[in-house]
Write a protein that binds this ligand. Structure first.
Ligand code: CA
Length: 539
């Protein structure tokens, strides 16, 4: 941890956000030493702290994930950067807190790219360290530039993952419930016919195209009023879409399709160090798992989608075993944010939940400032290199870049990943040292955790999320919890310990203004400031 001198703080505060041009800084591709492992980050969507059997779930079995946990290290106090998809993924890939940047709220499918071309990412860093890099699955970090719906959907869509450092990409632009409902491979829509170009429009419906609102008889899932727009594959979405019929995905086949692409990427790059960022569609809504998973649990679509996620993990493990890559591959499994039971569609997840607790003992869920918002499953497997077991060390996904930098013994580019610390010893199970502090971002506020005390900044936001009724953790007064004695954040100690509240509030203020940045981060290329925007569903 570094306390930045006053003069440098002024420079940080004065600096204008300029994406760090690491492409220019590291122009020569260098082969890594052969001891560097392949790296696979499997990022689930909306899987909660209590959703996997290795984390105590009883109503669903996840044998593939469990076996990785058994031979690796399972973390009980691991955090994503934010309690929603887009900012969480931005922080994971860049090591830059999303709340330092504008427009990192939940991205629409036609949003411009948030990561600017040339900005350092874990992919660009590894690429220019000699890795072949690939992203498969959900992206939701925006595509193209120049504003909403400015993408060349029927041509090459750029900038995109390639400009963020990925040699190969096979992605969904946003989430399954948002248009466009097509796969995009290396920045071109897969299977598009020139005779039937695709068009998007988020605010306005296309004339004569069915919508969930006007044509409920065409639907196989009943939507809420924010998901009742274009109907594609019998499911209404957020946003409107027309044409591109030959390119439309079939929701029931998404897991099969993207898992196959991930497996092929591994096969193709088996003789060379690779980095695969595999982002599953499971278990985000709409949850329509393949028919072979229907009924695998008693929890309906949400439980069956967890089984489908586990199947995807099993396929990755299978190809690594088949190719003899198991011992030389570091696998991390985590989730982008906490759980939501029913959202957007009536899929009976509430009715069929039974005794299952998606967030385990934690309060809140997706969107929330309470722990279930960002405390997520996280396990690391690397046979022979990870010290197996479980760890209650406090860790965060924001540290991926600096930790991998230490793993491959190569410095990060100047001005990159200001908020990312090297936690390699902890991630490999050789230390249980807690991260010095954790910042959690909800849709309404920020929290900071230090030595098991958690401070939630006052926020005027709503108490509960509109549809899911998840407790958001907003309060106009300060909140202080002792997470060691009060896992469920039921006893606000702020009035009892005003001095501790003051210390943590100051700490958060200092983090916002750039006092605490990565040791070695010494270039004022990234603006260090606080810009938490008020996020909404359709932002
Ligand atoms: Ca998510």
């Amino acid at each position: 941890m570094k306390n930045i001198p006053y003069f440098s703080r002024l420079i940080y505060l004065a600096a204008i956000f300029i994406p760090t041009n690491i492409v220019a800084q590291i122009s020569t591709q260098q082969k890594p030493p052969s001891s560097n492992p392949n790296i696979i980050f499997i990022l689930a969507d909306d899987i909660g702290h209590g959703d996997l059997s290795c984390y105590g779930a009883k109503s669903v079995r996840t044998p593939a994930v469990d076996s990785l946990a058994k031979r690796g290290i399972l973390f009980t106090h691991a955090y994503s950067c934010a309690s929603t998809c887009t900012p969480s993924r931005y922080g994971l890939l860049t090591g830059h807190y999303p709340w330092r940047l504008k427009n990192t709220g939940i991205a629409r499918g036609d949003a411009p790219m948030i990561i600017k071309p040339g900005q350092s990412t874990v992919a660009s860093f590894l690429k220019y360290s000699g890795y072949t890099t690939g992203v498969v699955g959900k992206w939701q970090l925006g595509l193209g530039e120049g504003g909403f719906n400015k993408q060349a959907w029927n041509d090459s869509i750029t900038p995109g993952p390639k400009q963020a450092g990925f040699d190969y990409s096979f992605i969904m632009a946003a989430s399954g419930d948002r248009v466009p409902t097509v796969f995009i491979e290396n920045q071109r829509i897969v299977g598009l016919s020139k005779n039937d170009p695709i068009q998007l429009d988020y605010p306005n419906p296309f004339k004569d195209e069915p919508t969930g609102k006007a044509n409920p008889e065409l639907l196989k899932l009943v939507p809420d009023e924010s998901h009742d727009q274009a109907i594609l594959n019998g499911i209404s979405r957020i946003g409107y879409q027309k044409g591109g019929r030959s390119a439309l995905w079939v929701d029931e086949n998404i897991a099969d399709t993207i898992t196959t692409k991930a497996v092929r990427f591994i096969e193709k790059n088996k003789n060379h160090p690779f980095f695969l960022y595999f982002c599953t569609n499971d278990i985000h809504v709409p949850r329509v798992p393949h028919p072979r998973f229907i009924g695998q649990t008693t929890m309906g679509a949400r439980g069956d989608a967890i089984v489908e996620f586990d199947w995807s993990v099993s396929q990755i493990m299978g190809v690594l075993k088949r190719l003899g890559l198991e011992n030389n591959t570091l696998i991390i499994i985590s989730s982008d944010n906490g759980p939501v039971v029913e959202e957007g569609y009536k899929d009976q997840s509430h009715e069929k939940l039974g005794k299952h607790t998606p967030g385990g003992p934690l309060t809140g869920g997706k969107y929330s400032a309470f722990e279930a918002g960002t405390r997520v499953p996280f396990l690391v497997s690397w046979p022979g290199k990870v010290n197996p077991g479980s760890s209650n060390a406090i860790i965060c996904q924001i540290d991926l870049m600096a930790t991998l930098s230490a793993l491959i013994n190569r410095s990060l580019p100047a001005g990159s990943a200001p908020d990312s610390y090297n936690e390699l010893n902890v991630w490999l199970g050789n230390s249980t040292r807690n991260r010095d502090f954790i910042v959690e971002q909800s849709i309404g506020t920020l929290s900071v955790i230090e030595r098991f005390y958690k401070y939630i900044e006052p926020s005027p936001g709503p108490l509960r999320e509109d549809y899911s009724k998840i407790e958001l953790g907003n309060d106009p007064d300060p909140q202080l919890y002792n997470l060691k004695e009060d896992t469920g954040e039921q006893r606000n100690l702020a009035r009892q310990y005003p001095a501790r509240v003051k210390v943590l509030a100051e700490k958060l203020k200092d983090i916002k203004t750039g006092v605490f940045v990565r040791p070695g981060f010494n270039e004022p290329k990234v603006k260090i400031e606080y810009r938490l925007s008020k996020l909404k569903h359709n932002e």
